[in-house]
Every structure is written in structure tokens, then in C-alpha cells.
Design a protein around this ligand. Structure first.
Ligand SMILES: Cc1cc2nc3c(=O)[nH]c(=O)nc-3n(C[C@H](O)[C@H](O)[C@H](O)COP(=O)(O)OP(=O)(O)OC[C@H]3O[C@@H](n4cnc5c(N)ncnc54)[C@H](O)[C@@H]3O)c2cc1C
Length: 642
């Protein structure tokens, strides 16, 4: 049924696939790994997964991790597609590979790296990243776990002084890991040296029981993330050896002398690593949700037209309004993430090879904003795709709820999004000062901050959309700066007076940045590819403006006629996307097994699929008369007495 739709696509599919994956090699590798999952019996879609107990889900996930490891390098972030393909549960080793090892690489000394790295990589030292506590997460400087140096024995005494200081949330802590990278307040001879990482064995090598002086467990069921053993841990004067302190930047000698060395700013490196993965790999979940929703919207028909033919729901303008701006945003975020990856790599190479920190501030700011923007996008996209599929979107067999469940924590973890936007706001304010005092020091991406006004004829061209998005962010940044400065106490003003304005200004930067990346991607492409990408870019730019134009309104930089033009233009572009919608999502090359959806197969009968699952596979139906029926009799008895 969808073949006719496929034929309507007006651009070369393969070129688009290569663009979405960052090149032919990456796309080919993706297909190769996908075929491994498609052909392995353990990775076949199993909709009864959601009928299983959490215990059984965890065990199945463990078995899957072993099989995946046999074939795939789970340690290489370029090949994180296993996670993209397996959201019934994020593999056991994700935190170890994506958080612990990168942190180790950045924070450990050369000797510590040579002692541990092989053990870490082959999982003989399997660890979690234990930073967050019950009482503090975002405010890392106020963590309360202490590591007090004992001069008598040259050891650190790790202690949890109160309930709030209990480590809470680390993934892979609850059940699996034997080691933990514990972040604690270092104290030597009564002096505090701030929060530092300690690499500690926490479970016995033979028995896997927590070591004496440590209490560990799983924190309990969550919204999704059922296979991840997010854990808690507390220490009762637990003794850790001197070299447990990862000491690239701070060293404590046997007799208690503390020496700081190198540039601790490098510590940002490990955070950037995971945030980059969130932008680069996890954004693809938005595309997966869109594939399901767009395919289903082609299968699904509701109500008849004048010729008594039932209408595909994708033909309704309102359905297009739900899905097409998200499709455009998906492309924008993917192209933005390619640029961000380049920026992160460039920054890393400069630091590691030339001790050059010149790109650190810029990279940190852009990555903070992008992590916030892209993770909000994916969760929002998954939810709207689910809603656009009506009742069936609510069922796990649609493959949609799981995307929302597994992706929404990304808004909170690895830097809570509001806090990240506020960090970008700080950078925006700094560049705003530079615009006046040192214009040459302003990086190219932030030159728009000098914009005060813009005269544009046609508000809907790509160039003008970019100008208006930049102007909007510029005005909002200046507005936030004024709010901040209008109170004497800067800190109080930041926290209680200007926070909303600062976060808003920052949230409008990434749409501008994404548009620049979109334009860059469109240039030099084949005619047909260029045409369809231009349509998507315009829809994206218009949507971002319509959703966030407070800055332009504040300074009368846009009028009601122009707003109407924006709305009308966006609507006029939907029919072009309608023709290409299926091809635009299928360019991702996702197999049916990867989609894990009964409502959106490449070809087939979606109703038969759903009926088959309910009538033949749903494990709840295995017992023809369920034990619960006894309770109906009891209910009748209760009612009889009333
Ligand atoms: C699924 C999942 C996995 C996790 N895995 C790990 C792990 O492996 N290791 C680990 O150490 N931790 C982990 N965490 C914890 C996570 O890192 C923290 O939850 C996260 O950093 C947010 O901190 P918080 O919970 O203290 O939120 P809070 O900081 O308490 O935030 C709560 C609210 O307060 C607001 N807020 C707080 N401060 C400010 C401010 N200054 N200005 C404005 N608004 C503010 C926030 O925007 C938010 O709306 C995980 C969490 C989840 C959900």
C-alpha cells in the first residue's frame, strides 16, 4: 500500500541517508549493525516485554548485552546505534562506557590510566558514576559525602554524614557494578579542597556482596528505564587507599601534602563526551518516532471524502501541523548535531595536543544549549507522535511510549536542561559585553548579538529567517541583561529576578544555530535534495519564530501582517512535505525490527498485526480463565452486604 507513496518522493533517498548519518561510511556501518539485530533471535521485537516483571526484563537485557558485546564495540560512541536500536532497555554497560571511562581518561593520572584502563575496557573493573546524592544533584559543589584524609594510615575515610548525602540515582550501581567513581568533598588536615572523584571497589570480587561499611541497593521502579539498576549507596567510615583519588589535577602525598596541578577545566571533557552522545545519537529517537507516526498516518483512514473514499489521516491539515514541523525540527537537530560533534572534537584536539583552551567556553556553551534543546525536542516529538496515533499510540505495541519513557530522563540527567540553558545565558551575556568592548573576540556564531534591528522584505526566505531568529535572541539577551542589572545584588537578581528572561534568551539561541547548520548542509547538494531540504529548513525556521518571537514583538520588529505571512507560508509548504513525508522518514533506513512497532511496518496489514498480537501472543491471554476472576465473586459478596 505504501509503494505508491514511496514513488512520490522527489529526492535521491541514498544521498539523504548519507546526510542523516554523517556520510556513507557511517550509514553503511549502521546498516551492518542493524542487520545484526534484525537477524539475532534475542533481539527480535518482543511486545510481551512489557508484560514481564522488572526482574525478568533486567535478566533479558543482561543476556542481550552479552550478545551485543560479541559483535559490537559498545565502548565506541560512534557506534552507539545499539542503543538507538534497542530501547526496550539501555544496555547494562552504557554508564560504564559512556561516563566512567571518559571521566577516568580525563581525571586520572597517566599511572592510574595504565593501571586501570585495560581492566575498565574489558569490564574486569566494572564501575558506575556516583555523583548525585539524595539531597543534591545539580549543585555538585554542595555534595555532602566526605573523603577525609587519615595521616596515620595514608588512607581516605569515605563517609555519608546524613541521609541527604546518600548517593542516589547512579545507573548500574543497584545490582551490577563492583567499583564506583565516587564524588566526595576532599578534606585534608581539616581543610576542604572541594569535590573530587575517588575510584573505589564497592563490592567483593568473589561474592559480589557490598564491602563492609557500604550499603547498596536499587532505588526502585521509575518512569521507564526499568532495566537500568539506578542505585543508592552510603558509606560508614569506609577506608579507601591513597591512590583511589583520581589525581591528574590534585595530588595528596602520603604525609598529607596537597598539590594542585594542570588545568582543572579539562574536567569538563567527560561531561562534554556524554552530552555530545545525547545530541548526536539520541536525537535519532525523534526520527524513529516520526517514522512510526508518519507511516501509521498513511495506513490509518478516518471519515470519507465527497467521493465516499476514506481519507488517510496524513491528508488532514491538522495532522500535518502535528507532524511536519517536528519532521523539520528532526532534520535541523541532526544537522546541528553534526556541527556540534566537529566543534567538540576540535576543542578536544586543541586541548590535548596544544594545551589550547580557546574553544572551551564556546564549545561548552553551545553544547549546553544543544543538549537542552535536542533532548526537549526528542521527548516532545515522541509525545506528539504518540498523540497523533490516537488510541494505538497509547499501546506499547505501537513502539511509541517506550521512546518517550526512555528519552525523557535525558532532560534531567547529564545537566538538567534549565540549568544548562542558564549556563548558555551566562556565555551570551559575556559575548554581549564583548560586542561593545572587544568585537573581534566575539566568535562567529555569536556575532548576531550586535543586531539591534533588521529590515526584511520577505520574512520567509532562509536568510531572513536566520536574521530574524538571531535578532530575536539578541533582543531577548539584552532584555535579560537589563533585568539582571536592575537589581543591586547580582546573585540574588540572577536567581530570583532575571532567571526566566535568561533561560528564555538562551533557549532561542539553538534554533538560530540549527538554521545556520541547516543552511550549511543545504549548500552544494544535488538540486532535488537542496529543494526539499530548503522546504524543511523554512518550515523549521518559521516554526521556531512563531513559537518564540517575544523578542521581535518587544521591539516591534515584526508586525501582524508578517506573522500572518509566516503562518500562511508554512501551511503552503505542507503539501510538498506531504508528497515526500514517507521518503523523508525512510531515509533513516530503519528496519521493522528497529522500529518495534506493530502499527507502522514497511508493508503489511497493521490491523492484522495488532489483532495477531492481542489474540495469539499477548501472554496475559495464555490462561483462558484468569486467577483474578475469584475477586469478582468477592466483589459481588461485598456488594451483596451493602
Ligand atoms: C534516569 C536517570 C539516570 C541518572 N543517572 C545518574 C548517574 O549515573 N550518576 C549520577 O551521579 N546521577 C545520575 N542521575 C541523577 C541526575 O544527574 C540528576 O537527577 C540531575 O543532575 C538533576 O539534579 P537534581 O535531581 O538534583 O535536580 P534539581 O537540581 O533538584 O532540579 C529540580 C528542579 O529545580 C530546578 N533548579 C535547580 N537549581 C536551579 C537553579 N540554580 N536555577 C533554576 N532552576 C533550578 C531545576 O531546573 C528543576 O526544575 C540520573 C538521573 C536520572 C533521572
Amino acid at each position: 500500500m505504501l509503494e505508491a507513496e514511496r514513488k512520490q518522493g522527489q529526492f535521491p533517498l541514498l544521498e539523504m541517508s548519507h546526510l542523516l548519518y554523517g556520510g556513507k561510511d557511517y550509514f553503511d556501518k549502521f546498516l551492518e549493525r542493524q542487520s545484526f539485530f534484525d537477524n539475532h533471535p534475542l533481539f527480535k521485537v518482543n511486545h510481551n516485554f512489557y508484560n514481564m516483571s522488572r526482574q525478568d526484563q533486567i535478566l533479558l537485557n543482561a543476556e542481550r548485552t552479552v550478545e551485543a558485546l560479541k559483535k559490537l564495540s559498545l565502548a565506541d560512541p560512534n557506534y552507539y546505534t545499539p542503543n538507538v536500536l534497542c530501547p526496550q532497555g539501555i544496555f547494562i554497560s552504557t554508564v560504564h562506557f559512556a561516563m566512567v571511562i571518559p571521566a577516568f581518561q580525563v581525571l586520572a593520572s597517566d599511572e592510574q590510566i595504565s593501571k586501570w584502563m585495560t581492566l575498565l575496557k574489558n569490564l574486569n573493573a566494572f564501575g558506575c558514576y556516583a555523583q548525585t546524592e539524595l539531597g543534591h544533584g545539580s549543585d555538585v559543589q554542595n555534595l555532602q559525602t566526605v573523603a577525609v584524609f587519615d595521616k596515620q594510615t595514608s588512607e581516605f575515610v569515605i563517609h555519608t554524614p546524613n541521609i541527604e548525602a546518600t548517593k542516589f540515582w547512579p545507573g548500574e550501581l543497584g545490582l551490577y557494578c563492583e567499583f564506583a567513581l565516587v564524588f566526595a568533598q576532599l578534606q585534608v588536615e581539616g581543610k576542604r579542597y572541594g569535590v573530587h572523584p575517588f575510584w573505589i571497589r564497592i563490592r567483593d570480587k568473589e561474592t559480589h556482596k557490598p564491602l563492609s561499611g557500604i550499603e547498596i541497593g536499587d532505588i526502585g521502579p521509575k518512569m521507564g528505564y526499568s532495566v537500568k539498576d539506578n542505585g543508592f549507596m552510603s558509606f560508614d567510615h569506609f577506608r579507601a587507599p591513597l591512590d583511589s583519588l583520581l589525581n591528574r589535577y590534585i595530588k595528596v602525598s602520603k604525609d598529607g601534602k596537597v598539590e594542585r596541578q594542570g588545568n582543572p577545566k579539562v574536567g569538563y571533557g567527560s561531561m562534554m563526551y556524554m552530552r555530545n552522545i545525547l545530541c548526536d545519537q539520541y536525537t535519532k529517537f525523534g526520527g524513529r518516532a516520526l517514522t512510526i507516526a508518519i507511516r501509521y498516518s498513511l495506513y490509518r483512514k478516518q471519515f470519507k471524502d465527497d467521493n465516499k473514499q476514506e481519507i488517510r489521516i496524513l491528508d488532514y491539515q491538522c495532522q500535518q501541523q502535528k507532524l511536519f514541523p517536528l519532521l523539520a525540527e528532526f532534520y535541523a537537530c541532526v544537522f546541528g548535531s553534526v556541527k556540534i560533534k566537529e566543534l567538540v572534537n576540535d576543542n578536544f584536539n586543541r586541548i590535548s595536543q596544544q594545551n589550547d583552551f580557546s574553544l572551551l567556553g564556546l564549545t561548552h556553551a553551545v553544547l549546553s544549549g544543544a543538549k537542552a534543546n535536542y533532548t526537549y525536542f526528542v521527548a516532545n516529538c515522541a509525545e506528539w507522535c504518540r498523540l497523533s496515533c490516537g488510541g494505538h499510540g497509547f499501546a506499547h505495541y505501537s513502539g511509541l511510549p517506550v521512546i518517550f519513557f526512555e528519552m525523557s530522563p535525558n532532560i534531567t540527567l547529564e545537566g538538567e536542561n534549565t540549568i544548562l540553558n542558564l549556563q548558555l545565558a551566562r556565555y551570551l551575556l559575556k559575548q554581549l559585553q564583548h560586542v561593545v568592548s572587544k568585537p573581534n573576540a566575539v566568535p562567529e556564531f555569536f556575532k548576531f548579538l550586535s543586531l539591534e534591528t533588521a529590515k526584511v522584505d520577505d520574512v520567509t526566505t532562509l536568510d531572513n529567517l536566520i536574521t530574524l531568529l538571531g535578532l530575536n535572541c539578541s533582543i531577548l539577551t539584552k532584555y535579560a541583561a537589563q533585568k539582571l542589572m536592575s537589581h543591586n545584588d547580582m546573585k540574588e537578581s540572577w536567581d530570583t529576578k532575571a532567571g526566566i528572561a535568561l533561560a528564555k534568551a538562551a533557549s532561542t539561541f539553538i534554533p538560530y544555530f540549527n538554521m545556520l547548520c541547516f543552511l550549511d548542509t543545504i549548500n552544494n547538494k544535488a538540486k532535488e535534495t537542496k529543494e526539499i531540504l530548503t522546504v524543511l529548513a523554512r518550515i523549521y525556521g518559521i516554526t521556531m519564530l512563531l513559537n518564540n518571537m517575544q523578542g521581535l514583538l518587544l521591539k516591534n520588529q515584526i508586525n501582524s501582517q508578517q506573522i500572518k505571512t509566516l503562518q500562511d507560508t508554512r501551511e503552503s509548504l505542507y503539501p510538498i512535505i506531504r508528497l515526500n513525508a514517507l521518503s523523508l522518514v525512510e531515509a533513516q533506513g530503519l528496519s521493522d525490527n528497529s522500529l518495534q512497532s506493530l502499527i507502522a511496518p514497511k508493508d503489511g496489514d497493521v490491523y492484522q498485526n495488532m489483532y495477531n498480537f492481542a489474540s495469539k501472543e499477548n501472554s496475559l491471554n495464555k490462561q483462558q480463565v484468569h486467577n483474578g476472576i475469584n475477586y469478582i465473586q468477592k466483589m459481588r459478596e461485598v456488594n451483596a452486604k451493602l
